[in-house]
Design a protein around this ligand. Structure first.
Ligand code: GTP
Ligand code: MG
Length: 370
C-alpha cells in the first residue's frame, strides 16, 4: 500500500496542511499533518481541491540515459580506466605510486600530484591511462552494485613472497563477476623468497591461465618498491586497451560518474568525477545523485584548473549544492530547473528510504497542477 504524509501532499499540491486536515475531518478522518494517508484518500483530496492527479512514472522525473545511445560515427578512441585490486599489503598503493612516477605528462607539468581519487598517466611512448585510486574492494563492489561499471581493466596484484590470499581470491571473483579483463601484476619480485612461478600455479586453481603458462591473461613481474617492470605493466595495459577498442562520443553533454566526494574547508562540496562520454565544461549545469549545481571550476589531478574534461578524464568539480556519493551518476542537463527537479526527486527518495516505515510512498505520483 502506498501512502504519503498530509504535510508532503499539501506541499506538493501547494495548499496549506491545515486545510487538508480540515478537509479530511469533513470526510470523517482524524489525522494530523505528519500522519500518512493512503493513495485513494490522497486522490480524493487532490480532486477536492480542484487539482488533477497526475501519475508520473519514475522515468519521467529521473534521468535515464540508457536509451540515449551515441551513433557509431560520433565515437572516438578514449583512454582505458584501470582499477588495482589485491590482498592487503600486497602493494596496491605502492604500485599506484610507482605508476604515477612513470607519468611523463605529470613531470612536464611540474605540478604536485593531488590526491583526487583518480588520475591519468601517460607512459613514455604510450597512450594515456586513467587509474582509479580506490584501493580496496569495497569501492569497486559498491560502484558495481550501484550500476557504475566504470572499470575497463583490472590489475590483480599478488605479492610473489606471499602468493594467493583470501582477498586475492575475493578480488578474482569480483573481477570475474564484472566481466572485466584482468592483468596480473606479480609484485615484490625483489624480495628474498619471491616465487613468481608459484603464484602462476596458484592462479591455475582459479581458472586463470597467464601467458607464461600459455594462457591469455597477461602477467607482469614488478617491484613497486624498486620500480622495476612498471613500463612493462603500462605496456600490457595499453595492449589490453587496444583490444577493447574503447570509444566514446566527446561532442555532447557530459555523462560522468562520481568517484569520490568530500566537503572541503575552503571550497565546499567537491566531487571527483570520471567523464564517461561527452565533454564536461565550466559553466555546465548538472545533477549528481541528489546534488545539483553549476560547474564553477574543474581541477585536474595535477591541481591545475582546466576548462573542460573529455571521456575517461578525471576531474574535481566545484560548484555542488551538496555531497553526492561515490558511484552516483553525474549528468549535464539543459537548465537549472531540470537539475533541481531531478536532484529534489532523488533527495526525496533517499529521505524516504531513511525515514519511512511504509514500504512505498506516493512520491512522484502527484504533481502540482493549476
Ligand atoms: P593496503 O592498502 O593496506 O591493502 O596495502 P597495499 O596493498 O596498498 O600495500 P602497500 O603498497 O601499502 O605495501 C605494503 C608493504 O609492502 C609496504 O611496506 C611496502 O613498502 C611493501 N612493498 C610494496 N611493494 C613492494 C615491493 O615491490 N617490494 C618490496 N620489497 N616491498 C614492497
Ligand atoms: Mg593501500
Amino acid at each position: 500500500p502506498e501512502s504519503i504524509t498530509v504535510a508532503e501532499l499539501a506541499k506538493r499540491m501547494g495548499e496549506k496542511s491545515a486545510d487538508l486536515v480540515k478537509s479530511l475531518f469533513n470526510m470523517g478522518m482524524m489525522v494530523t499533518i505528519n500522519q500518512n494517508v493512503d493513495q485513494d484518500t490522497a486522490e480524493l483530496l487532490v480532486n477536492e481541491f480542484g487539482h488533477t492527479v497526475q501519475r508520473v512514472s519514475e522515468s519521467d522525473v529521473d534521468i535515464d540515459t540508457s536509451e540515449d545511445v551515441d551513433a557509431e560515427d560520433t565515437l572516438k578512441p578514449r583512454p582505458p580506466v584501470v582499477t588495482i585490486m589485491g590482498h592487503v599489503d600486497h602493494g596496491k598503493t605502492s604500485l599506484l605510486d610507482a605508476i604515477r612516477g612513470a607519468d611523463v605528462a605529470g613531470h612536464e607539468a611540474g605540478g604536485i600530484t593531488q590526491h583526487i581519487g583518480a588520475y591519468q598517466v601517460t607512459p613514455k611512448g604510450g597512450d594515456p591511462i586513467t587509474f582509479l585510486d580506490t584501493p580496496g574492494h569495497e569501492a569497486f563492489t559498491e560502484m558495481r552494485a550501484r550500476g557504475a561499471n566504470i572499470t575497463d581493466v583490472a590489475i590483480l596484484v599478488v605479492a610473489a613472497d606471499d602468493g594467493l590470499k583470501p582477498q586475492t581470491v575475493e578480488a578474482i571473483n569480483h573481477i570475474k563477476a564484472a566481466e572485466v579483463p584482468m592483468i596480473v601484476a606479480i609484485n615484490k619480485i625483489d624480495k628474498d623468497g619471491a616465487n613468481a612461478q608459484k603464484v602462476r600455479e596458484e592462479l591455475l586453481q582459479h581458472e586463470i591461465i597467464v601467458e607464461a603458462m600459455s594462457g591469455e591473461v597477461q602477467d607482469v613481474e614488478v617491484s613497486a618498491l624498486k620500480k622495476t617492470g612498471i613500463d612493462k605493466l603500462l605496456e600490457a595495459i595499453n595492449l589490453q586497451a587496444e583490444l577493447l577498442e574503447l570509444k566514446a562520443n566527446p561532442d555532447r553533454n557530459a555523462d560522468a560518474t562520481v568517484v569520490e566526494a568530500k566537503l572541503d574547508k575552503g571550497r565546499g562540496p567537491v566531487a571527483t568525477v570520471l567523464v564517461q562520454r561527452g565533454t564536461l565544461k565550466v559553466g555546465d549545469t548538472f545533477v549528481a545523485g541528489p546534488a545539483a549545481g553549476k560547474v564553477r571550476a574543474l581541477v585536474d589531478d595535477h591541481g591545475k584548473r582546466v576548462k573542460e574534461a573529455g571521456p575517461a578524464f578525471p576531474v574535481e568539480v566545484l560548484g555542488l549544492s551538496s555531497l553526492p556519493s561515490a558511484g552516483d551518476p553525474f549528468t549535464v542537463v539543459e537548465n537549472d530547473q531540470r537539475a533541481r527537479e531531478v536532484a529534489d526527486y532523488r533527495q526525496r527518495k533517499l529521505d524516504e528510504k531513511r525515514t519511512t516505515s511504509a514500504p512505498m510512498s506516493l512520491d512522484a505520483m502527484f504533481a502540482k497542477k493549476g
